[in-house]
Ligand binder design. Structure first.
Ligand code: GAR
Length: 218
């Protein structure tokens, strides 16, 4: 477990490379983020993010989704594992599963996600290709609070990235991913410091309702 000088803690859920997780671990180690990651849980046993977590001394576990026939049973097992750590937040860092409303309501307002598009544009998968196919001038990523509405919870911060004329899904996604690493830690800093709050279905920054997400243009 990597410790920070704060009483706030999180469990991170991953499915793959874990580069967002790594950016958060690095921010904690550099003292940019006062958070303790108590555990990292994956639904995929060979997720590279598990190795990143182990290197940082964080407890890891894997609950394979394909061993559960019902989504709700998976989520019940996931919650049981998470509750061992009593986290303040659940951080989705490339966790490629849809969570049930039941699960989301257990941690209502405390589950944070990063999604690779300028939501509400392109919820779901293949966001980079869809942005190119749609001739978007701008693409990017969004950190948002998770609600029952898939990729539809209140957005906190977005990074805007120009789509270049020769971009393909791979070049665009790697540029967007770098910006994800910047905005995820920023959103967490704001939440943990209490400057940013989620209440009454809205995001409040320094007690003022945020009418649109914060934006960083890259
Ligand atoms: C990131 O691009 C993240 O935004 C995306 O998966 C990737 C994970 O990369 N998440 C989703 O699409 C969730 N709907 P990482 O494992 O290197 O952090």
């Amino acid at each position: 477990m990597i410790k920070a000088t704060t009483d706030k803690s999180a469990v991170a859920l991953i499915s793959g490379s874990g580069s967002n997780l790594q950016a958060i671990i690095d921010a904690i180690e550099n003292k940019e983020l006062k958070l303790t990651i108590s555990a990292v849980i994956s639904n995929v046993d060979n997720a590279k993010g598990l190795i990143r977590a182990e290197k940082a001394g964080i407890s890891t576990s894997c609950i394979k989704h394909n061993e559960f026939s019902e989504r709700i049973n998976y989520d019940r097992m996931l919650l049981k594992e998470i509750e061992k750590y009593k986290p303040d937040y659940i951080i989705l860092a490339g966790f490629m599963r849809i969570l049930t409303p039941w699960f989301i309501n257990q941690y209502h307002g405390l589950i944070i996600n990063i999604h690779p598009s300028l939501l509400p544009k392109f919820p779901g998968l293949n966001t980079h290709q869809r942005a190119i196919d749609n001739n978007e001038k701008w693409h990017g990523c969004t950190v948002h609070i998770v609600t029952e509405d898939l990729d539809g919870g209140p957005p906190i911060i977005q990074a805007k990235v120009p789509v270049k004329i020769n971009d393909n899904s791979s070049t665009l996604s790697s540029r967007v991913l770098k910006t994800e690493h910047q905005i995820y830690k920023k959103a967490l800093q704001l939440l943990i410091s209490g400057q940013l709050e989620y209440k009454n279905k809205n995001i409040w920054l320094s007690h003022e309702k945020l009418e649109k997400p914060l934006e960083i243009v890259f």
